[in-house]
Design a protein around this ligand. Structure first.
Ligand code: PEP
Ligand code: CO
Length: 450
């Protein structure tokens, strides 16, 4: 793959610069930004075009009901938490969920982390005020620091380079874990047995018992092939900071097509999906598989117009709609969209984000979610798609592999007082390791229609 040509050399890759771009940091020093952009554009790509194409094919299968996407990770990764232990625990959690879902769906599960690049956040306000002091809002470690001090909150473009380097380290470890024996199906299943040793989860024993028998059956047949020992694992993040995404865009030497090589899959957030905006324009021009978040105000015409802009040639797997309606609204807000898109006959992969429409403030003031609401949104997602004859293609979840206490509920019954025990997220609340596995068992039941 070749290094990206300079601005304007490949037709249109810089057209976004003359369009309104929401949620971009106000960098105080334009010269420093230019230096960083030029440095990033000489660094090696994190992923290759061929890998992105494989993912497009996998997502096309999910769109047809022949695979199921599991996309998960932090709301916002942070530099200090990009440690071997944290990365391992997150991968482990996603792999454990994937085994349960694979069994439930009897389909291949596409495993994708909100990892190795999820360092920038859209915010509802540019500023934050505490005790009469107003400072720029925290926009993710790629932009500024979380501590509420003027020094930390000033956007610093050098952080884009740090984000790149953390992402390479994370992806390197992901590649090692998922191909080096750690991800062996039999081993992942043993971890799930450890989870079920806790009496709180006895209701999942039946499914676990069935998986156990299936694995022992395969072993008895002498099945021992690569597919049991290694897994494909893809990286993804919100394509928010266009200077970063543009600088990591490379031209595929096989085809001459541009790919955003910062991750396999990029998505456009609910706040930046304007049809005439910079984000839609930029992502319309790269060949990666991409997603768009759709909240409850989305109209069917918006969805069709996004398909025209982002996937005019109707490439299956190119475009994923990630709906995030809220448990209370999904059964009203989703059918209109799905109906019209299905009637168009054009390919889209539908994925459910049951997190971002279900954020609440607890009585004690924590930003949280209820596991019950999260699961109810997924249930509504399946109901709507099944009623229309459309395909529910996957789930998109904020989770961590650690025992944090950020989301209410679950068999361990985290309550409002419990949130204080270990609330660590800097932005949105994440399912912890146990809640993530519970979710997988329940979603597996939903997939099987029970
Ligand atoms: C997110 O995925 O963290 C996010 C900000 O989502 P949305 O764009 O759906 O609000
Ligand atoms: Co979030």
């Amino acid at each position: 793959m070749s290094v990206a040509p300079g601005p304007g050399v490949v037709d249109g890759l810089d057209a976004w610069r003359s369009l309104p771009a929401r949620q971009q940091p106000l960098w105080p020093d334009p010269v420093a930004v230019e230096q960083v952009r030029s440095e990033l554009s000489t660094l090696p790509p994190l992923v290759f075009a061929g890998e992105a194409d494989v993912l497009t094919a996998r997502l096309a299968a999910a769109g047809r009901g022949e695979a199921f996407l599991l996309q998960g990770g932090d709301c916002a990764e942070t530099f200090v938490d990009a440690t071997a232990d944290n990365i391992r625990n997150k991968i482990k959690t996603i792999l454990q969920m994937a085994v349960v879902l694979t069994y439930g769906a009897s389909l291949p599960v596409i495993k994708m982390g909100r990892m190795a690049g999820q360092y920038a956040k859209p915010r509802s306000s540019d500023d934050e005020t505490r005790d009469g002091v107003t400072l720029p809002a925290y926009r993710g470690d790629a932009v500024n620091g979380h501590p509420f001090t003027p020094e930390a909150r000033i956007p610093d473009p050098r952080r884009l380079l740090d984000a790149y380097h953390r992402s390479t380290g994370t992806l390197n470890l992901i590649r090692a874990f998922t191909t080096g024996g750690f991800a062996d199906l039999r081993r992942v299943h043993e971890w799930n047995r450890g989870f079920l040793a806790n009496k709180a989860y006895s209701r999942y024993e039946e499914t676990a018992g069935q998986i156990d028998r299936a694995i022992r059956f395969m072993a008895a047949c002498g099945a021992d092939f690569d597919a049991l020992r290694t897994v494909e694992f893809f990286s993804s993040h919100e394509a928010l900071l266009l200077d970063y995404e543009r600088a990591l865009t490379r031209i595929d030497s096989r085809t001459g097509n541009p790919y955003d090589c910062s991750a396999h899959f990029l998505w456009i957030g609910e706040r930046t999906r304007q049809l005439d905006g910079a984000h839609v324009d930029f992502l319309s021009r790269v060949r990666n598989p991409i997603g768009v978040k759709l909240g409850p105000s989305t109209t069917a015409d918006d969805a069709l117009a996004l398909m025209d802009r982002l996937n005019p040639s109707d490439v299956p797997g190119r475009l994923t709609f990630i709906t995030r309606m809220g448990a209370g609204r999904i059964r009203d807000a989703l059918p209109g969209l799905v109906d019209k898109v299905a009637a168009s006959g054009r390919p889209v992969t539908w994925v459910c984000d049951p997190m971002h429409g279900n954020t609440i403030s607890s009585a004690s003031g924590y930003k949280t979610r209820r596991l019950g609401d999260v699961l109810d949104e997924v249930r509504g997602f399946f109901e709507v798609h099944r009623a229309i004859g459309s395909v529910p293609g996957g789930i998109h979840v904020e989770l961590t592999g650690d025992d944090v206490t950020e989301v209410l509920g679950g068999s361990e019954e985290i309550d409002d007082a419990g949130l204080a025990r270990r609330y660590e997220t800097l932005v949105d609340p994440r399912l912890n390791h146990q809640q993530s596995l519970e979710m997988a068992f329940q979603v597996a039941e939903m997939i099987r229609g029970s």
